[in-house]
Design a protein. Structure first.
Lengths: 108, 245
């Protein structure tokens, strides 16, 4: 049950600075009506964030571009997208994606 | 839930949607994705020389996947405390956008209750919550806690399991499990877009966001890329969207 003081110090500093951006907008912005343009802007944030995360996950590995010809992630994403659109089920999408990549690794 | 066919009074339905248990249930589809990442994080943190207690504290207090990978890597590399704290702060700045985006749905709560709602906010719980929000004006506090706490415990368990597994496996991603996370985001993205009725615009915005995220990740860093992509794509969306009421 060992915790080194220096690790704890860094951990607490990082935890506080991670906590604040999580809670401050919810605490402040929920108090008043945002202007129309701001709500419109925020309505695109979820799609932009998800798409940005997907883009990086599919095309990059450790910050490096994966050559399209050897990008199995991209191939596995195709059935995942199709299942997501057809079934609208998060769980089936995840299972499809994982199985697809597993099979692709076995075959290729 | 759309599969719910039996008719129930509006009040009861609302109460059911706002229950802690419903939040737990709505979290289930995301568990596998974060289990695999948590396992990987546990392995990495253990092999970076962190103790089990330190890993548990990281999972509970920091509670952020990429930040924990960075923490482990920078500790192992002997980086200065200031450099580690600043880097993690920067990586987690995207939570500002997620938190702001959820804020209209929690207007009915007090400032302090909103603090608790936001304290366990992650990409995954945000994705589930905002997808629920498509069909309503506000989100339930108990529902959000059910969602958040389930994800939180899953994350802790996965990290600890990964730390214990570190002695046997060095690369848990090799079995395709690493794809659970992108697949989950694919599901969340598709569900968000299909629920909004702005198909063409949303697809265009998503493609722009993905392209900018990749480009700026190659130029700067991954987390910087997410922030830049979100700001650029949302601004274009705001400017182009004419059908807003």
């Amino acid at each position: 049950m060992e915790v080194r003081p220096e690790v704890l110090f860094i951990l607490l500093g990082a935890a506080i600075l991670t906590f604040l951006p999580r809670v401050i907008p919810l605490m402040i912005l929920s108090r008043f009506e945002l202007p129309e343009w701001a709500e419109r802007w925020l309505s695109f944030v979820p799609i932009a964030v998800m798409a940005a995360l997907i883009g990086q996950e599919l095309f990059l590995h450790n910050g490096e571009w994966i050559p399209i010809g050897s990008n199995l992630n991209l191939l596995a994403a195709i059935p995942a997208f199709i299942v997501a659109i057809q079934t609208r089920s998060l769980l089936l999408t995840v299972v499809t994606g994982v199985l697809s990549l597993m099979l692709l690794r076995l075959w290729l | 839930m759309s599969s719910e066919t039996r008719s129930i009074p509006a009040g009861e339905k609302l109460a059911e949607q706002d229950s802690f248990l419903q939040g737990v249930k709505d979290c289930v589809p995301t568990l596998l994705g974060y289990l695999s990442i948590g396992l990987a994080a546990g392995v990495v943190q253990k092999t970076a020389g962190l103790t089990i207690t330190e890993i548990a504290l990281l999972s509970l207090l920091l509670y952020a996947g990429s930040a924990q990978f960075i923490f482990a890597g920078m500790i192992a590399a002997g980086s200065s405390p200031a450099a580690i704290i600043f880097t993690i702060f920067f990586v987690n700045l995207r939570h500002l956008l997620l938190s702001a985006s959820l804020s209209p749905y929690f207007r009915h709560l007090s400032v302090w209750r909103n603090m608790w709602v936001g304290s366990l906010l992650t990409d995954e719980t945000f994705g589930v919550a905002i997808q629920q929000a498509v069909t309503r004006k506000k989100l339930g506090e108990r529902w959000m806690h059910g969602l958040n706490v389930t994800a939180y415990l899953n994350w802790l368990i996965a990290n600890l399991a990964g730390a214990m597994l570190a002695n046997w496996i060095s690369n848990p991603e090799q079995y395709g499990l690493g794809f659970a996370l992108p697949a989950m985001f694919i599901g969340l993205l598709v569900l968000s877009i299909l629920g909004r009725g702005k198909l063409k615009l949303d697809i265009a915005i998503a493609l722009i966001a993905a392209a900018v995220a990749i480009g700026s990740a190659l130029l700067f860093s991954g987390s910087m890329g997410i922030i830049i992509a979100t700001i650029v794509a949302s601004t274009i969306g705001m400017a182009v969207d004419k059908r807003w009421k």
